[in-house]
Design a protein around this ligand. Structure first.
Ligand code: HEC
Ligand code: HEC
Ligand code: HEC
Ligand code: HEC
Ligand code: HEC
Ligand code: HEC
Ligand code: HEC
Ligand code: HEC
Ligand code: HEC
Ligand code: HEC
Length: 397
């Protein structure tokens, strides 16, 4: 008996608890798998702390009433395929009858057992709104006959792909960019009798710098027209005064800057013809606060959402064969930025149906992650811990 215990202790100390011989650990842990005490200490089931020596603790939810053990989901000493053994049952154990320490808030769904019984996605519930601070009317752009073929090609109509192109990873769309997606039809050229002036698309401060510089160039190049007056006597034509009465270049610049800015920052007025009367900044932008006399206006940040279903996974790439209309049918009729034109759960359920052989799948893990449910892989990578090489080789012990 005592001898047995001594041999046990020898195994424990010298061979790092190798006396159990349960089979190899998972592939990811193979480099240190024979150092059993990296995860085990004698007489205890594997504890979370053991894993956390190498992995950062990433909780599932700060409102968890109970934090499960790592080993409940991450089993070892089995074939690689079951290293992560998470079935719906694991999630439903909690979510089927959820106990949460959240005092109150938007997550009120305590009995999610299947995808069929799953709540409607948050942005598509009543009151869900697109909060982007930019005016945009999909319907007008998809149907207007004021758009010419040389602006959009032979179909004479804008297509989704003119403004929405996939990111390199295929998951989401690239952000909207004025230069790429709007400028060709909404160039900012305020009228000016001397020559063409074009506002860059930037903050009002930078626009001012650029306009001032462009006015200087125009002033120098057209000094004759501006300051001298072309009094060429022609039969039948009255002598023409100079186009501008300014006496100095600076005066000319200041005066025209004011005129151009007054045009660019004309307040939005929805009643007259949109394009003719609202060509400039506030056709699309919303002014922040009211404009103080003599100061430049403040343009509200556009904040066009980049991700909608932040707590789930969705990739356009895996739904490549479908027409945009299958999921974004409402876009064609959408007149307000505030409309949310995303597919609701019912659309997904056409293909993601519970218990069907032809289902595209309804496992919780198809659409969700467990750690860092926000699904933001960059944030997640930041939270990961660098695993010290000594821990793996055991040199520090
Ligand atoms: C990467 C961490 C890790 C390493 C290294 C590791 N194990 Fe395990 N081991 C676990 C986990 C986690 C479980 C329990 C979950 C399961 O059933 O897979 C477990 C389960 C066991 C069990 C079954 C008893 C129990 O607690 O459930 C034995 C026996 C065992 N390990 C022995 C060993 C031996 C011997 C070594 C060294 C050769 C070793 N382990 C190395 C993580 C590890
Ligand atoms: C001695 C350090 C160490 C310990 C202790 C350890 N791991 Fe790991 N683990 C690693 C390394 C190294 C990798 C592979 C590299 C990586 O993914 O960062 C890994 C990978 C993983 C992966 C897979 C990552 C992937 O992308 O496939 C999971 C899951 C994991 N560990 C869970 C655990 C759990 C659960 C425990 C506790 C039972 C544990 N680890 C204990 C070092 C450790
Ligand atoms: C309820 C089940 C569950 C529990 C408990 C759990 N995990 Fe996981 N873990 C998962 C699932 C599912 C994945 C794969 C999806 C994901 O990454 O969220 C995963 C992935 C991982 C990964 C690889 C991805 C990454 O972020 O690096 C590591 C490492 C990991 N878990 C460590 C741990 C540790 C350490 C614990 C204990 C503190 C733990 N897990 C507890 C379910 C679980
Ligand atoms: C130990 C219990 C437990 C387990 C197991 C569990 N969850 Fe949760 N989950 C919670 C709690 C508690 C919340 C927070 C609810 C709240 O905010 O009121 C939550 C929240 C969530 C959220 C919303 C997260 C957010 O950012 O607002 C998602 C999605 C989720 N869980 C999916 C899963 C999936 C998928 C699994 C299976 C891999 C799973 N959960 C397993 C307890 C659990
Ligand atoms: C002329 C450019 C343009 C075209 C063409 C266009 N969009 Fe958009 N789309 C935008 C802009 C700008 C936004 C951001 C403003 C907003 O949220 O409404 C946006 C936002 C969206 C959104 C997310 C916000 C919301 O409204 O729900 C979806 C989904 C969308 N577009 C789908 C489509 C589809 C599908 C098509 C083709 C039928 C299409 N768009 C054609 C410019 C365009
Ligand atoms: C192919 C040309 C074209 C492109 C590209 C284009 N527009 Fe337009 N836009 C028009 C035309 C034409 C109208 C006027 C439609 C009408 O009055 O029938 C218009 C009207 C508007 C209006 C006023 C109507 C409304 O939505 O309230 C806004 C705002 C607007 N566009 C914003 C944008 C934005 C933002 C982009 C870039 C994402 C963009 N446009 C790209 C041609 C275009
Ligand atoms: C046809 C619509 C349209 C017009 C006209 C327009 N913008 Fe924009 N503007 C946008 C869109 C769409 C974005 C967001 C995408 C981007 O940054 O290109 C944007 C972004 C900006 C931003 C960056 C702020 C942010 O939140 O991303 C500034 C600053 C800005 N615009 C200033 C101006 C000024 C100044 C004018 C007038 C000279 C102007 N814009 C005219 C559509 C327009
Ligand atoms: C299977 C359904 C489905 C199809 C088909 C689909 N989408 Fe989406 N789309 C979604 C969902 C779900 C989201 C919300 C994803 C997120 O941001 O979390 C989305 C988001 C968007 C967004 C706003 C967010 C972003 O990624 O910029 C745009 C724009 C968009 N889709 C355009 C398109 C266009 C263009 C097509 C056709 C080429 C298309 N979608 C096809 C389901 C679909
Ligand atoms: C017309 C059928 C159809 C519709 C509608 C549909 N899906 Fe899918 N989905 C599929 C198929 C088929 C696959 C498998 C694709 C593969 O294996 O590459 C899939 C795969 C997925 C995946 C796993 C791959 C990935 O993107 O990470 C997720 C998540 C997903 N769908 C979410 C959704 C959501 C959310 C909706 C509703 C907004 C939706 N799907 C609507 C057919 C559909
Ligand atoms: C076909 C994809 C899909 C499947 C399968 C799925 N979900 Fe979801 N789930 C989503 C989407 C999309 C959201 C909305 C995310 C958002 O609003 O950011 C969501 C939201 C949630 C939320 C947040 C609830 C709330 O009140 O907003 C929880 C919790 C959740 N899912 C748990 C689960 C569980 C548990 C399962 C497995 C029984 C599951 N989901 C299966 C796509 C899916």
């Amino acid at each position: 008996m005592v001898a047995g215990l001594l041999i046990w202790m020898a195994f424990s100390r010298i061979w790092h608890n190798r006396q159990y011989l349960p089979g190899p650990v998972s592939q990811s842990h193979a480099t240190f798998g024979d150092r059993c005490d990296n995860c085990h200490d004698a007489f205890h089931a594997v504890r979370n702390e053991a894993c956390q020596r190498c992995h950062a603790l990433r909780v599932h939810s700060e409102f968890e009433a109970r934090t499960p053990r790592c080993r409940e989901c991450h089993v070892e000493h089995r074939p690689v395929s079951v290293f992560l053994s998470v079935s719906n049952r694991t999630c439903v154990e909690c979510h089927g009858n959820l106990r949460s320490s959240r005092p109150s808030g938007p997550l009120i769904h305590t009995n999610i057992g299947t995808f069929a019984g799953h709540p409607q996605f948050l942005p598509l519930r009543d009151g869900g709104k697109d909060e982007a601070a930019v005016r945009f009317n999909h319907k007008i752009h998809l149907t207007s006959d004021k758009i010419s073929r040389d602006q959009v090609g032979p179909t004479g109509r804008l297509q989704c792909g003119d403004c929405h192109q996939r990111q390199a990873d295929g998951e989401r769309m690239k952000p909207i960019h004025f230069e790429e997606h709007c400028r060709r039809c909404h160039e900012q050229q305020p009228p000016n009798p001397i020559g063409s002036i074009s506002a860059p698309h930037s903050s009002p401060e930078i626009v001012r710098e650029s306009l001032t510089a462009q006015l200087l160039v125009l002033g120098v190049q057209n000094a004759e027209t501006i300051f001298v007056g072309r009094d060429v006597p022609l039969p039948g034509r009255a002598p023409r005064p100079p186009v501008d009465q300014s006496r100095t270049l600076r005066e000319y610049q200041e005066k025209w800057l004011e005129t151009l800015e007054a045009v660019l920052y004309r307040p939005f007025d929805p009643t007259p013809s949109l394009l003719e009367h609202n060509k400039y900044c506030f056709l699309c932008h919303i002014q922040e606060g009211s404009r103080v006399a003599g100061e430049l206006p403040h343009i509200q940040k556009t904040d066009i959402p980049r991700r909608w279903l932040k707590r789930a996974q969705f990739s356009h790439r895996h739904h490549d064969l479908l027409d945009c209309k299958t999921c974004h049918a409402a876009v064609a009729q959408s007149e307000q930025t505030s409309d949310v034109n995303l597919p609701n759960k019912g659309v997904c359920q056409k293909c993601h149906v519970d218990d069907s052989v032809r289902s595209a799948g309804t496992d919780c893990m198809l659409c969700h992650l467990y750690h860092d449910t926000s699904k933001d892989m960059k944030t997640r990578a930041l939270k990961q811990k660098v695993i010290a090489i000594d821990l793996l080789t055991g040199r520090s012990r």
